[in-house]
Design a protein around this ligand. Structure first.
Ligand SMILES: O=C(O)CCC(=O)C(=O)O
Ligand SMILES: [Fe+2]
Length: 372
């Protein structure tokens, strides 16, 4: 199975360090085109929906106009207890059917999640003038701003976000010139915990798929920066909205990497799409994390795991926060579909960084561009 992921002999590692691409570099090569794609609205000052954010009279599908894809409240995504003796097959099954599940009894301490949520709240509570000081520069990845998918839609989303890729101290010190350390510390600790959970779940899924030696980056996880995984933490805020039927919190999309681990506050909003079921709300479960399959696991599983399409709708009275941790192999790894003959591959092999670039330019068309 080793051949399914491009890997490098040990004696070439030092050479690899030299050519290693960082994920931020990959994004830097593909800046958002216009500066106004970065600056969110000051939502608190609004009493009506500005035309720029009104999806209702556009050709875009809004949550309320989804006539052919109604919201289905009669089903829910799987809820898996990580301490269940059958956890591996439950996770594998959930990945095959839904591409998403909720996980309880993971060992990420609730107190850490609460502290990270508290810092996220502290960030979005800041006045707009202060948040703009930490604006993501055009071509940069870390900082405050709009969702990266914004340029692909003709209307703006009811959303403000803060992306962390690598150190956040530069931006945090703009937000809180004399009190940035608690934010940086908790976000670092949170990402460390998320990474080890992502590694544990990836290993479980590899067990389920019977991959024994396919992923060097997992074996070396934590031991060397040379094989730095592609990771990012996205803090999301969906302000309350006077008319949620006209707006979109986050437009339908799939996530790019292997897995996403999401913490959401108690306000509903996340919905996942499943053929034959429509849009299914992911009801917040206290202490649970939501895990979803991204494009790279879809490719790796040769299409067996759906890269679940998801979106966020907003609430009329309550602001919703979420923290999404994205996890993937290092940018220079080559991901190839795993299959047993007589099956054949559905996708061509692709380097993580090349796929990230394809996605940045083509969004949901990226997958069809590597389909065989
Ligand atoms: O806020 C959520 O529930 C989803 C966030 C999300 O899909 C993302 O950041 O990619
Ligand atoms: Fe997402």
């Amino acid at each position: 199975m080793l051949s399914n992921l491009c890997s490098f002999p040990q004696n070439q590692i030092s050479y690899i360090i030299v050519i290693m691409t960082t994920l931020s570099q990959t994004y830097l090569d593909h800046p958002l085109i216009h500066h106004h794609h970065i600056v969110p609205l000051d939502f608190d000052s609004l009493r009506t929906i500005p035309d720029s954010h009104d999806w209702f009279n556009s050709s875009l599908e809004t949550p309320s106009s989804s006539s052919h894809h109604h919201t289905n409240v009669n089903v829910s995504i799987p809820l898996i207890d990580l301490t269940d003796p059958n956890a591996i097959s439950l996770i594998g099954n959930a990945c095959e059917t839904w591409g998403v599940f909720q996980l309880i009894n993971h060992d990420v301490p609730v107190s850490l999640i609460e502290r990270a949520e508290g810092e996220t709240r502290r960030l979005f509570d800041l006045p707009m003038t202060r948040k703009l000081k930490a604006l993501r520069a055009p071509g940069d990845v870390t900082g405050y701003g709009l969702p990266r998918i914004t340029p692909f839609f003709s209307k703006y989303m009811w959303h403000e976000g803060f992306t962390i890729m690598g150190p956040s101290i530069g931006h945090a010190s703009q937000l809180w010139p004399s009190n940035y350390q608690p934010f940086c510390d908790v976000m670092e600790e949170y990402q460390r915990k998320m990474k080890s959970l992502a590694e544990q779940i990836t290993r479980s899924i590899f067990n389920y798929l019977k991959i024994s030696d396919g992923a060097n980056w997992l074996h070396s996880a934590g031991s060397t920066e040379a094989a730095a995984c592609s990771t990012a933490l996205q803090l999301n805020c969906y302000p309350r909205c006077p008319d949620p039927t006209r707006v979109m919190g986050l437009a339908p999309h799939t996530d790019t990497f292997l897995l996403t681990i999401l913490h959401q506050t108690r306000t509903c909003g996340l919905q996942v799409f499943r053929d034959g079921f429509g849009w299914v709300p992911v009801a917040p479960v206290p202490g649970a994390l939501v895990l979803n399959v991204g494009d790279l696991f879809h490719i790796l599983s040769n299409g067996r795991f759906p890269n679940v399409l998801h979106r966020v709708v907003v609430d009329p009275t309550r602001r919703r926060l979420s923290m999404a941790y994205f996890y993937g192999p290092p940018p220079d790894f080559c991901v190839s579909p795993l299959y047993d003959p007589p099956e054949s591959p559905c996708y061509r092999s692709v380097m993580v960084k090349d796929y990230v670039r394809l996605k940045a330019k083509n969004l949901e068309n990226a997958l069809s561009m590597i389909r065989l």
